[in-house]
Design a binder for this molecule. Structure first.
Ligand SMILES: Nc1ncnc2c1ncn2[C@@H]1O[C@H](COP(=O)(O)OP(=O)(O)OP(=O)(O)O)[C@@H](O)[C@H]1O
Length: 581
């Protein structure tokens, strides 16, 4: 090689190197390298493990924040499949839970006589030791029933095959190909005491519906439990998990436990949906005002039924009245307060023969037939059912009797009763007070009768105590077609003085249905029973049978707060019993 050639080569090399180093891509690679080097030293730790669900919740919330350009841009960005995949990858790295797997043990390995029972367990690689450990045992599944495998146990061998250095994914085929009994070699993860203390015996009533098939965030749809508002769930494990609990639904027959959203998780979801709820609330019509009625049921039925007059709920008459000054609400109304409804702790209650009857609270939109049902109950068994006699400050009329139609009291006496919190519900109409008084309710109950009370649901809180143990029945209108059909001949009182009656109009039906929807969405968590009042005879029979059931020795689930002064320690951590009503 000549010197000139050598020189030329060097020249070319130099040019090549120069052009390569000037390449933009190479510069970017250097930058990435430097950045990675810096992060290597800092060892960043993920701040959270649910970035993907957080982003989808954020996207949902952004929908309610107008359509500004920045919002639009952010929404487009977090909705992109690449971005979503990135977050999902981030989450699995954050959890170091790269390959979670449901352990498909054959049923007969654990439970010979229950072939239908599915094994329930998940395994994962322990991030610090690299060992394969049992992550979750589904209560009621084969693994749980065998009593041999527990959460935190380390799996060493399956059928003699060592699991060392194996990934969870590699263990599944080992189980799949095993026939008959499966042998595990296990190192127990916790002591027996620790294990039993993990299984809580807390029962809750769900205050919302949950359908895992519609929940994109549930870790495993098959392992989740669906429930409806009002269902009683036994919380069998919270596993220190603030997102998913394990629970079994009472009465579903399987005894299998599965995942349900934790109180915290549901609260977070409700909080994110709140803008929508608040938006809806602006349309809510004002609720309760006193509207007395003087229908003479004694003349109609031959039985004197004290207190069976127009309820103190705001009638359709009042909500339409264009004279708001005439009607003034006095009691402090907490109607608009919204608290996320999650779960309420409940305990079993067995009614003893010496116990008083539970208070029956009937609620429903105006005109739905609450009074009608009350009246039918009292007439059917006047010695068993009673209604409380309301209080008023107005003058007694000639045909009225003290203590039968009303308790006629002075304004001063009435206001003292208000100050002493003796009213479940009260208000003022044309300069006179009217109210449903706790003493009246207590008197009916002391007579050994079933007291029927008709209040706006926002007032239930005044009787939500162990003394009254209210059983709340929501009387719901049927679909509009059935309303038209069943109320063809029905008349209702349509003026403030209860002197005029008229037929129901299409608008009345629509308003009744709207009100029912609003009551259900705002107070549905308080309802023990929903009765659709289509055919009144059917509704009455259903109501009567339901109320009679409360006297049977069957277990009734009542709020734990009624039966003890303070919530259990175990539950205190996962539920606040205040502020939900
Ligand atoms: N299922 C039904 N079928 C036909 N008519 C009914 C039915 N239920 C109630 N009614 C009639 O509808 C009218 C209104 O019923 P009711 O007075 O019981 O309503 P309400 O819910 O108590 O209303 P308010 O809150 O205004 O007092 C009455 O004439 C009653 O007889």
């Amino acid at each position: 090689m000549s010197a000139t050639e050598f020189h030329t080569d060097r020249e070319e090399d130099y040019r090549f190197l120069h052009s390569m180093l000037m390449e933009k891509k190479v510069h970017l690679l250097f930058k990435i390298h430097e950045r990675l080097k810096r992060f290597e030293k800092r060892r960043p730790v993920p701040v959270q493990q649910h970035a993907a669900s957080l982003a989808s919740q954020l996207a949902e919330e952004l929908l309610y924040h107008g359509w500004r350009d920045e919002v639009k841009e952010l929404l487009t960005l977090i909705s992109k499949p690449h971005f979503k995949s990135l977050l999902r990858t981030h989450d699995s790295v954050a959890k170091r839970d790269f390959e979670p797997a449901l352990l498909p043990l054959p049923d007969d390995a654990m439970e010979e006589d229950e072939e239908s029972v599915k094994i329930g367990a998940t395994i994962k690689k322990d991030k610090s030791t690299g060992a394969i450990v049992v992550a979750r045992i589904m209560r009621g599944g084969s693994a749980d029933k065998s009593g041999l495998i527990h959460e935190g146990d380390e799996l060493k061998e399956v059928n003699g095959v060592s699991l060392e250095h194996r990934k969870p994914k590699e263990i599944l085929p080992l189980l799949a190909c095993s026939e008959g009994a499966v042998k595990f070699k296990i190192i127990p993860g916790s002591t027996k005491e620790e294990m039993t203390s993990r299984v809580t015996k807390v029962f809750v009533r769900a205050l919302f519906d949950y359908d895992p098939t519609e929940d994109p965030t549930v870790p495993c749809k098959d392992a989740a439990v669906a429930f409806k508002r009002g269902d009683v769930l036994q919380i069998v494990g919270t596993d220190d998990d603030d997102t998913w609990w394990q629970a079994r639904r009472l009465g579903d027959g399987s005894g299998r436990a599965g995942l349900v959203p934790s109180k915290q998780l549901h609260e977070r979801r409700v909080a994110l949906q709140r803008p929508r709820a608040l938006f809806k609330l602006h349309n809510v019509k004002p609720p309760v005002f006193p509207v007395p009625e003087d229908v003479d049921y004694r003349a109609i039925t031959g039985i004197h039924i004290a207190g069976l007059r127009r309820s103190f709920r705001l009638g359709r008459k009042s909500s339409r009245a264009k004279k708001p000054a005439q009607l003034r609400r006095w009691s402090s109304e907490t109607h608009g307060a919204i608290c996320p409804r999650t779960y309420i702790e409940v305990v079993p209650y067995h009614k003893e023969p010496k116990d008083r009857h539970r208070l029956i609270v009937l609620v429903g939109p105006s005109g739905v037939g609450v009074n009608e049902l009350k009246r039918r109950l009292v007439i059917s068994e006047p010695d068993r059912y009673g209604v409380s006699v309301p209080y008023t400050t107005r003058e007694k009329r000639r045909q009225e009797s003290e203590g039968l139609d009303y308790h006629f009291v002075s304004v001063q006496a009435f206001e003292e009763l208000i100050l002493n919190h003796r009213f479940v519900e009260y208000g003022e109409y044309r300069g006179n007070y009217y109210g449903s008084n706790l003493d009246s309710v207590q008197r009916v109950m002391a007579e050994g009768k079933v007291c029927l009370l008709d209040v706006h649901p926002s007032k239930i809180k005044h009787v939500y105590t162990s003394e009254f143990k209210p059983y709340v029945v929501f009387v719901k209108p049927p679909r509009i077609e059935e309303l038209r059909l069943t109320r063809r001949r029905a008349k209702f009182v349509c003026d403030e003085d209860s002197t005029q009656v008229r037929m129901f109009s299409e608008e009345d039906f629509e308003e009744m249905l709207d009100q029912a929807e609003m009551l259900d969405s705002q107070y549905g968590h308080l309802f023990d029973k929903v009765i659709v009042n289509g055919d009144v005879a059917v509704a009455f029979r259903e109501l009567k049978a339901d109320v009679e059931k409360l006297d049977e020795p069957e277990v009734q689930w009542v709020p734990a707060a009624w039966m003890r002064s303070a919530p259990t320690k175990a539950w205190r951590s996962c539920s606040s019993l205040t502020g939900w009503i």
